[in-house]
Ligand binder design. Structure first.
Ligand code: APR
Ligand code: ZN
Ligand code: ZN
Length: 362
């Protein structure tokens, strides 16, 4: 067992605290990771607010990269010294999705078996089964994906969640390829990643839609060919005008609201695809749309969970593209902060100029 500094949310709506936690030595199937960088994501704030569940206290942080320090006795796929990006989908290899050759949909992903605790022994719930606002964290070995060790931890750690969700929404779920016309509604970290992913895949027209002009400028810098301020104009009409009057082949909804999903539905071309990657809240329902419109327009209405990624396939590939200068992950890192600055980063999250604050541990 080791004692390390970590960011914990003790109770609903209360500010987080930096405290000492106990981290067990890795047992069978587990790995102990020395965290080097971990991005601050909306989901962490959502945990603190009690919006995910009531299993307080939470150990926050889940978009991370680090170095494996020790592994359990039976672990063979990662070893001490490996540089890894952590994922929250360690696939099982045995469920019905895995068995039919679609492990990216694994229905039985797993986390570490042993619990990290507060000093008094209270068990912690790690955010998304990771808990990486900590000097060290204990995860399932399958949550560690080895990548090029010369890559910058603060940048590649972001592949562990939001950036992968966005890129994957485009290239995995949306199947964006050479010449595809794409519109992305909502240009936060996830939406901008969907734009970068679309550009990487060779999309033709890439339309960024947001209500915040600052976000739109960022989107343009990351590969959008056109921008639409939907606080000023109707985005459906604007997207149609920019695509020869037809609508986009793929429309990615990266806000997570019924009204923006409805815009995505009507802004796509016949036989086009809607990808919902924004996460709605439980009270939201499908917008009122005539069923004949669903039938008559054809195409597909999809949702994208973690960008339908397979970490072992997608993380090393994207890190290599980053290292080659073809995927600008550095632009997602707005600032590097210390482990004591997570609360301040939550406050800054809703300012237009922040994509990601990243905690860096030295
Ligand atoms: N129309 C267009 N854009 C909107 C609208 C709207 N009605 N409302 C909000 N937005 C924009 C915001 O201006 C912001 O740029 O959507 C963006 C949301 O970005 P972030 O809050 O930074 O969130 P992000 O991290 O990108 O995640 C987006 O995906 O993973 C989920 O839970 C996450 O639901 C969230 C979504
Ligand atoms: Zn499985
Ligand atoms: Zn996240």
């Amino acid at each position: 067992m080791q004692q390390v500094k970590a960011v914990v949310a003790r109770a609903k709506g209360q500010p987080t605290e930096v405290v000492t936690i106990n981290v067990p030595d890795p047992g069978p199937g587990e790995a102990l990771v020395k965290v080097q960088a971990c991005g601050v994501c909306h989901t962490d704030l959502h945990y603190r607010e009690g919006g995910i569940n009531d299993d307080f206290p939470f150990l926050l942080g889940h978009e991370a990269a680090g170095v494996v320090e020790a592994v359990g006795p039976d672990v063979t796929d990662v070893a001490p010294g490996d540089f890894v990006v952590l994922n929250w989908r360690a696939v099982c290899g045995e469920c019905r999705a895995c068995k039919r050759g679609e492990p990216q949909y694994c229905f039985a992903t797993h986390n570490a078996t042993q619990k990290m605790t507060l000093e008094d022994g209270t068990e912690l719930s790690p955010a998304l089964g990771i808990g990486a606002f900590a000097e060290k964290t204990l995860v399932a070995a399958g949550q560690c994906t080895k990548v090029d060790p010369s890559a910058r931890p603060a940048a590649v750690g972001l592949l562990g969640c939001g950036v992968m969700a966005g890129i994957g929404a485009a290239i995995n779920t949306g199947a964006v390829t050479r010449g595809t016309s794409v519109a992305v509604i909502g240009c936060g970290g996830v939406g901008v990643a969907a734009i970068a992913g679309s550009a990487l895949a060779g999309a033709g027209t890439i339309i960024a839609v947001d209500i915040d002009p600052q976000k739109l400028e960022k989107a343009r810098a990351m590969g959008a060919t056109h921008i639409v301020d939907s606080s000023q104009v109707d985005p459906v009409t604007a997207i149609q005008e920019l695509t020869g009057g037809f609508g986009a082949d793929v429309v990615i909804e990266a806000v997570g609201r019924p009204e923006t999903w409805k815009q995505a539905f009507y802004a796509r071309d016949l036989a086009g695809t809607v990808v919902l990657v924004g996460v709605p809240t439980p009270d939201m329902t499908l917008p009122d749309i005539p069923l004949i419109d669903v039938f008559g327009r054809g195409g597909s209405l999809k949702s994208s969970w973690y960008g339908d990624c397979l970490p072992s396939r997608d993380f090393p590939m994207l890190v290599d593209l980053y290292q080659q200068g073809r995927l600008d992950l550095d632009s997602f890192v707005t600032e590097e902060i210390g482990i004591d600055d997570v609360e301040a980063a939550f406050d800054r999250m809703h300012q237009g100029d922040v994509l990601r604050s990243v905690v860096v541990l030295r």
